[in-house]
Every structure is written in C-alpha cells, then in structure tokens.
Write a protein that binds this ligand. Structure first.
Ligand SMILES: NC(=O)c1ccc[n+]([C@@H]2O[C@H](COP(=O)([O-])OP(=O)(O)OC[C@H]3O[C@@H](n4cnc5c(N)ncnc54)[C@H](O)[C@@H]3O)[C@@H](O)[C@H]2O)c1
Length: 336
C-alpha cells in the first residue's frame, strides 16, 4: 500500500471513529454540555459538600432522591413539602446513610401554594442554619387531561404551584443570596418547559413560564456572577408524577396505573442534576433516548419536530382515551 492510500485509510478511519463518538454522545442521556461536564468537569463531591441546601418537594421522587445524594455529600438540608411525616421518613433515611447529625437536617413542612407562609419558612431556615447556599425549586405536579375537558381551575392550580409558588419562595431567598453575593438556584423545569405536549397544556404552560422567568431573572443578575441559576429539563423519570398528576378537575386524581420501567432511574436523574450544579451550567437536558433526540429536533429542526410531535401526540391522545398511560403505552404491549 502506498503512502497516499495509507493516509486516505487513516483519515477515513479517524472520521468514522469521530462519527461514532458523535452519535454515541448524541444518543446518551443528557445534552452535550452536561456530558462534557460529567466527563471533564467538577464532581459534586468537590463543589457541593457542606453547602446548606433547601429542597422543595423532598418527600417523593426526584426531590427525595436528591436529598439522599446530597446527604451523602455531607450537605446540611432543609426538607420541604406538605406532609411532615413523609419528610421525617426522608430525614431518617438521610441520617442513616450519611454522617449528618439530627440538627443538620431541618424538616420544614410547606405548601408551595400558600404563599403568605413563604417568608416565615425562609426566616426559619435562615434562623436554623444562618445561610442558604442552594435553593432547589423541585416541588411540582403534572397534568393528564385534554384542554377541552379541563376546568379553568386546573390551569390556575398548575400556574400557582409550578410557577407562582416557585417564584414566591425564590423572592424570599434571593435577597439573602444578593446580600452574600453568592448562591445557586436550581429549578427542576421539564422537557415540557421547552416543547409542547398533548394532555399537558397547563403543565407545559407553567413550565414554559418558569423557564421564561428564570432566563430573564438571570439577565438581571449579571452584576452578581456568583449567583447561578440553573434550569434543568428532565424527560420521563421514575417518580410519582403521573400518579399525582392533576386531571380535568382539581380534586380528581389520576386513575391510570403506569409502568415506569422505560423511564430514567431517579438516582441517575439526581446525579445529573448535581453535576449540573457543580459545574454552574445554566440549562441542561436530561433524558433517556429516544426522547432526548426530540429536544435536539425542537432546537434545530422545528418543522420536523412538529411533524413528529403531531404523529406521536395523536397516538398519545388515543392511548389516554382508551385508559392506557399516555407515556408508558409507547413502550409496552398494552399500546393500542
Ligand atoms: N418525573 C418526571 O418524569 C419529571 C420530568 C420532568 C420534570 N419533572 C419535575 O420534577 C419535579 C419533581 O417531580 P417528581 O417527578 O419527583 O414527582 P413526585 O410527584 O414524585 O414529587 C413531587 C413532589 O412535590 C411535592 N408537592 C406537590 N405539590 C406540592 C405543594 N402544593 N406544596 C409543596 N410540595 C408539593 C410533593 O409532595 C412531592 O414531594 C416536578 O417539578 C416535576 O414537574 C418530573
């Protein structure tokens, strides 16, 4: 083989290798910046340990798992959600798996929609620890209902919980961070904060509002470079989100049982959230495939994304109407 042929072979092999690596990156479970941070960036252990962290919605799902991982890192915690007994259960487990002591975990029951209580709650947290380094705005509920069948109160409730409740807590914590010129606000938004989805009109609207709000707030805080706002956009993750989803009426719970085996493990989602925080990333996308590829299509080829969304959406609605979970039905034999 002559030199020219050798070089051609080498270049072809290299291109092929880089193509495979690129496809592998695209097909992974988070966006490219987050993957870069996971491989080459700071670890949560090196950046987050010892920080006082307030987690809302800590009694279940992503918030509960985050609390365990943070406890293992040695972070003093403020655990909030509505049910005190569930928070005490989470606290007990945090203590068992970490070196934290009883005084290092404050159980602070809180309803995100009772905004008049938020100042008092913030004061209690500050009195206890003297500082809040990181606020994790995680509490939230999803929706499973068609817009035409849904009571207006449902839209109000979703906006009050997912959007107004979140910015209300932030309003009380941010002045403290501004005073210290440092702090992190981590918002658990959603893929629904970036794209639209049938059966979730109110949920998507509330998460889009959250994204718009925090993206704008970040631009108001440029004189405080050490106050970092991260918007995290997970796709489907194992939790009680579907079970707890609001339906066409506020007090009617969802009766659909879900198979969660196709969703991302809660522990993996929490791990990627902590890598986001440790590396000060402003927005990250977290999802197993094939959902993550849809994020890219929405970002770069919206016309194609609309076409796919319409096809998938049609099937999602059909499944929902026949009593099958809209999401899991794509992946199980129950699909109609
Ligand atoms: N699981 C997913 O597939 C997924 C995907 C994208 C985004 N998210 C977001 O992640 C966050 C956590 O959801 P999850 O999946 O862990 O669901 P989950 O239902 O398991 O947990 C939700 C938490 O929020 C709390 N909460 C609900 N209403 C509240 C209120 N009025 N006041 C205080 N706390 C309240 C619940 O008690 C619970 O602790 C939500 O903001 C959700 O929108 C979840």
């Amino acid at each position: 083989m002559d030199l020219g042929s050798c070089l051609t072979l080498l270049v072809t092999c290299s291109l092929f290798y880089f193509l495979i690596q690129f496809v592998r990156l695209i097909m992974a479970d988070s966006d490219l910046t987050l993957q870069w941070a996971a491989y080459f960036g700071h670890t949560p252990e090196s950046k987050l340990g010892g920080n006082v962290i307030w987690v809302t919605g800590a009694s279940s799902g992503i918030g509960e798992e985050l609390s365990y991982q943070l406890a293992k890192l040695g972070c003093p915690l403020i655990l909030s959600s509505r049910r005190e007994n569930e928070l005490l259960r989470v606290k007990q487990k945090c203590l068992e798996m970490s070196n934290l002591e009883d005084k290092d975990i404050l159980v602070l029951p809180l309803d995100m929609t009772q905004m008049s209580m938020h100042k008092d709650a913030t004061d209690k947290a500050l009195q206890h620890f003297g500082r809040i380094d990181i606020l994790v705005n995680n509490a939230g509920r999803s929706q499973r209902s068609l817009y035409v069948e849904t009571n207006l109160d449902v839209f109000r409730a979703l906006i009050e919980l997912n959007y107004l409740g979140t910015i209300s807590i932030t309003k009380h914590v941010l002045p403290h961070m501004i005073q210290r010129k440092r702090g992190r606000i981590i918002n658990i938004s959603s893929v629904a904060g970036l794209i639209g989805a049938p059966l979730s009109t109110g949920y998507c609207a509330s998460k889009h509002a959250l994204q718009g709000f925090f993206n704008s707030l970040r631009t108001e805080l440029t004189t405080y470079p050490d106050i970092i706002i991260s918007n995290i956009c997970p796709g489907p993750v194992q939790s009680k989100i579907v079970e707890n989803a609001i339906t066409e009426e506020c007090d009617k719970v969802s009766s659909i049982k879900t198979d969660q085996s196709h969703k991302m493990a809660t522990s993996r989602c929490a791990q990627l959230i902590l890598i986001t925080a440790a590396n000060n990333l402003k927005e990250t996308w977290i999802s197993a495939q094939p959902i993550l590829i849809i994020y890219y299509l929405w970002q770069y080829i919206p016309t194609l994304a609309w076409w796919i969304t319409a096809k998938v959406g049609e099937r999602r609605i059909k499944n929902f109407k026949s009593g099958v979970d809209a999401d899991s039905s794509y992946f199980t034999k129950k699909s109609r």
